[in-house]
Design a binder for this molecule. Sequence first.
Ligand code: ADP
Ligand code: MG
Length: 337
Amino acid sequence: MRVRIDNVTKTFGHTTAVSNFSAELEDGHLICLLGPSGCGKSTLLNMLCGIIPVTQGQIFFDDKNVTKLPPDQRNIGMVFQNYALYPHMTVAENIAFPLEVLKVKKDERKARVEEIAKLVHVDNLLRRYPSELSGGQQQRVAIARAMVKKPQLLLMDEPLSNLDARLRLEMREEIRRIQKETGVTTVFVTHDQEEAMSISDSILLMKDGLLIQSGLCQELYVNPNCLFVAEFLGNPPANKLPASVVECEQSERIETTATTVAIRPEAFTLDPNGIEAEIQFISEMGKDQIVTMTYLGNTVRAILNLEDSALATGSKIKVSLKKKGVFTFDKEGRRLS
Ligand SMILES: Nc1ncnc2c1ncn2[C@@H]1O[C@H](COP(=O)(O)OP(=O)(O)O)[C@@H](O)[C@H]1O
Ligand SMILES: [Mg+2]
């Protein structure tokens, strides 16, 4: 199912949580709603499912205007950070619960529970209680419960935040697999850019209730429309330098109106004719190194392949900038080049 969000605003008293938000979510996509804590992600998600009424604007599922429909008439599956399983029910009963509410017959209920439990890989846990499950298993059950009624839209609000780093990686791949196998349009909320980049087809990047940029993950990374996007995506993050400093050395590339230059760590390259930089710290990253160094009087992080193992803190290297991954911005943070 396609979703169209048309100029949606939500205010709580004097707080504008979501402001004039418009976006189209493509059928079958996994879309990440990404942005710092407090930017309005959960509010927007809850307006999609109908728990929070919109202050202004409209929401369409395919061509149907659902703005005023209550949650139970929107056929949506929800997964939350804290799993929210019923502790006194077994896994099977938890998963079956939405079907009971819909008064689905017992035989069909059982078949559907078994089918979805297999898909989500909890079919061996059906008789257990939530307290007998690990965090990752609980979240699988929560996903099964959200999917059992074959929702036309799956909404997930920071579903992996309570899991440890290793389980988080595993569950990312699992959510991706389940989403691909079912083809259900999914909105996944996260504040973690790495998670968003690794899991989604496309990203809606928010700040202060506003949609700042939307597009495929790589589009946002390669072509950020403002300084906020350039800085928010990428790890280590892009280095931010005053344009005046970089201008002296790279004059032909920096526009005179630019105030800030953002340089991605991978945009640095070793170059005997480059600018001298002094190494402060080296950390290993697979075959490359993350080199923290003083460059034009600023501390920056570069991803380099040093090769020379004698290089250490205090060593001098020469670097220049590649074409890709260097962006300039005006004083309002708007992209110039
Ligand atoms: N029920 C509410 N009453 C008042 N303010 C709220 C309410 N819910 C959210 N907000 C405010 O709206 C903004 C967005 O919140 P939220 O959507 O939860 O952000 P996020 O999920 O991105 O962390 C925040 O400033 C938050 O304090
Ligand atoms: Mg939230």
